[in-house]
Design a protein around this ligand. Structure first.
Ligand code: HEC
Length: 398
């Protein structure tokens, strides 16, 4: 009953999170493109009312003309769309998912006793502390004189985030660490909207209504944060799908992989932002893809060491391990408390199912050590070695 409710909430909130995230990131990508594509208006009326740049576009069978005022229009138009609920809904649904999966079921998803034997309270407390403290540090840095030196700020942020990634991967399960890294960046992005960009816009509107000149400082501050958000976008999107890739999240050097992919994402994004403005910097693209190709080579699986699989393993032995350590969850009707359905639809009850899943069993149990999840069924190294030997001897099922 409880498992069913958790599963259903997981579905409903995840769906909402994706939709809100697409709306938010989509609008963000569009506005960055728009800003970089602005050209000075050619007609006098537009120049006279203070238009700084405009874009003509064709979409869905219509001509569109988007114009950006240098500071503000002469009259405040109504209605005025703010673009904020996309960001807030993304954060609220994302945080709810974090609580539902990683906090309510901390011993399944967040804690890995082989990494650190944390109590759920300690694990959750640390997670929340990371979310709040990273935002505060980042915000203070942006407001300090450092905030005027973007390259230095970016370098310091990269080092701090690398330290965070290192710390998290030595504290939590692989996926728990990655999701917290993503949640930290996502929180910074939404807090930028909530605490800086929107209040700045409110100030601009207030000044306009009061007939005061609009202080361009608010526009500039908002712009800085929204540029930061742009470079966070691709890394955060990678992290949100990273739990599908146990080869990354459970690697010995998972923190370095996380930083490498984040850097690749930021470089590729930087390339596209600059290229919208007509500045082609192929070195950025080469750097970004170079990192991804380098990772592919560095992580290439090594052939099993000769001699590692000398013990002759029978299928009956392997079946015994899978029955005892996997099938509690991976069954049509899981017997393990808290599971309403076989996770990821992977069932390991029949010989046929085990045969079909052999590479995945090997990958998850031996290579990534991601299964049994949270090692809730206490698999031993000897049992993992047994599965390794069985697989390298051809994964025979008779
Ligand atoms: C306590 C429950 C539990 C146990 C025990 C367990 N698993 Fe899993 N397994 C899960 C969950 C939960 C997922 C889905 C993880 C996710 O959402 O990415 C999963 C996913 C998988 C997947 C799919 C991975 C993917 O990303 O496609 C495989 C394969 C797998 N498990 C194999 C095993 C094997 C082999 C064992 C035994 C050595 C095992 N599991 C034991 C809970 C369990």
């Amino acid at each position: 009953m409880e498992a069913y409710i958790l599963e259903y909430l997981n579905f409903a909130i995840r769906w909402l999170h994706m939709i809100a995230g697409i709306a938010w990131i989509g609008a963000s990508l569009y506005f960055v493109w728009l800003d970089s594509s602005l050209l000075p208006p050619k007609d006098k009326p537009s120049q006279d009312i203070g238009i700084g740049g405009e874009v003509w576009a064709l979409h869905g069978g219509g001509f569109y003309r988007a114009q950006k005022f240098q500071v503000a229009p002469p009259e405040l138009p109504t209605p005025l769309h703010w673009f904020k609920w996309e960001a807030y809904t993304t954060w609220l649904s994302g945080f709810s998912l974090l609580v539902l999966l990683y906090y309510v079921q901390a011993d399944v998803y967040l804690i890995d006793k082989a990494v650190m034997d944390l109590t759920p309270a300690a694990a959750i407390g640390t997670g929340l502390f990371c979310l709040a403290s990273t935002w505060i540090i980042y915000d203070l840095m942006c407001r300090s004189p450092l905030g005027r030196n973007e390259p230095l700020l970016a370098a310091i942020m990269f080092v701090l985030l690398a330290a965070l990634a290192y710390g998290l991967t030595h504290l939590y399960s692989g996926r728990g660490a990655f999701i917290h890294f993503g949640a930290v960046i996502g929180t910074i992005m939404v807090a930028n909207v909530f605490f800086v960009i929107i209040p700045g816009q409110k100030e601009m509107v207030k000044a306009k209504v009061a007939g005061r000149p609009v202080d361009p400082k608010y526009g500039l501050m908002g712009k800085q944060r929204s540029v930061h958000n742009t470079y966070f976008t691709l890394p955060v999107l990678f992290v949100m799908i990273s739990n599908h890739f146990a080869g990354f999240t459970n690697h010995r050097h998972a923190w370095a992989i996380l930083m490498a992919i984040s850097l690749a994402g930021a470089l590729i994004r930087l390339y596209s932002v600059l290229s919208h403005r007509g500045q082609k910097k192929p070195a950025l693209l080469v750097g970004g893809y170079g990192i991804l190709i380098g990772l592919f080579v560095a992580l290439f699986p090594k052939p099993p060491e000769a001699g590692a699989a000398t013990q002759k393993v029978s299928f009956a032995q392997v079946r015994g391990v899978i029955d005892a350590k996997c099938a509690g969850c991976h069954a049509a009707k899981p017997s393990f408390a808290g599971f309403a359905a076989p996770p990821k639809n992977v069932m390991l009850e029949t010989v046929e199912q085990i045969r079909a899943q052999a590479p995945a069993i090997y990958q998850q149990t031996v290579v990534a050590k991601a299964m049994p999840i949270g090692n809730l069924t206490n698999i031993t190294d000897a049992e993992r070695a047994l599965i390794a030997a069985w697989f390298t001897q051809g994964a025979k099922v008779e």
